[in-house]
Design a binder for this molecule. Sequence first.
Ligand SMILES: [Zn+2]
Ligand SMILES: [Zn+2]
Length: 440
Amino acid sequence: MTKDEAKREALAALEAAQEDIIGLAHDLLRHPETGYREVRTAEQVAAAFAARNIPHRRGLALTGVKGTLRGRSAGPTVAVLGEMDSLIVPDHPYADPVTGAAHACGHHGQVAAMLGVARALTDSGVIGHLDGNVALFAVPAEELIDVEYRQELRRQGKIAFMGGKAELIHLGEFDDIQAAMLCHAASGAFQLGIPESTNGFVTKVARFRGRSSHAAASPHRGINALYAATLALDAINAQRETFRDEDHVRVHPILTKGGDVVNAIPAEVRLETFVRARTREAIEDAARKVDRALKAGALAMGAAVTITTLPGYLPLINHPALVRTFRENAVALAGEEAVVALPHVTASTDMGDLSQVLPVVQPSVAGSTGSTHGPDFVAVDEATAYLLQAKALALTVIDLLWDGARRAREVAATRPAMTKAEYLAYLREMEREETFTGLD
Ligand SMILES: [Zn+2]
Ligand SMILES: [Zn+2]
């Protein structure tokens, strides 16, 4: 069998299985579950693996399911990932009426496409011509939401990290994988696109403490924590002229507690923000300025502020050789004009974390409409949204593992930005709490 024949047969198998693939996408769309709660979704994935006799392990980072397809000889393992989690968008047309969970980020399509890759390689027998393994990895908790629930899971020792991929890296579930990819849903005037990079971020929670006093009878005895917070917000906004365009800094704070009662000087006020940027250095620079601004608000009012910093996600770096291989196949499937290089994305993903320790590529697949995370984000062209990504990923896997897995070996030989130990140490070092007292 030549590589071109293998690709043709894989595509034919995928076409023949398209009803099952789209059927699974429909099923998951109608049963959305948020991160670390993807119990039913994991059940569906495991059932699909079991139906095709694909050996798999379950319960990884609570809900992850990892199937393995073995090629004709030992070699590198290439992973195709499918993120299982949904968001909470109660007014989405496919929202769960009880929980408000909804697939407003299109992750259900990733899981369906991952199983599409399995069908393409197994139904055709092409897996028996590959020199390495394919991991089919349904992964939990990409969206960083539901923070209190996850903090509770951490307290109970059930997880160590908020994001699914960080947790799986920590558990060693990527140790046997040499390259990983997934295709993310998008709306746009293209079929397949490859973004240059994405922002990373850290989370800041600031708790301002002043002194309560009657707001009319004795305001002079109080220390107004709300004014400390609003001064801090102004000071954060004043930093914006120092952010360089090329760093794509995004700082977007909200007040989560503004006071207790209107006739007392607010004694406790809380705000939260993400601090995002294109590089780790730019995130750290902006985060330092935000800390300074928070302290400045406390100092001005004679209040105190406790700043809790939590690691968010790291910037995504797509591996150039994986980008090239994916792009070749995308062009073969969709044509030159329909495959685009997308600019830097200012949002973030935990695929960024994986990209710091492993070669990855995360292209975008069109076929959806509306704005990502919005109530109007739905797949409208299912052949693109669900099937095209499966085709492009399957062909990329074949290229990587063909002919002694030459391309996968080349990719695996490049040194990642961080070792796993450095990455985990970085996350632990990012998590800190500091109290600044502006009282005289
Ligand atoms: Zn999302
Ligand atoms: Zn997403």
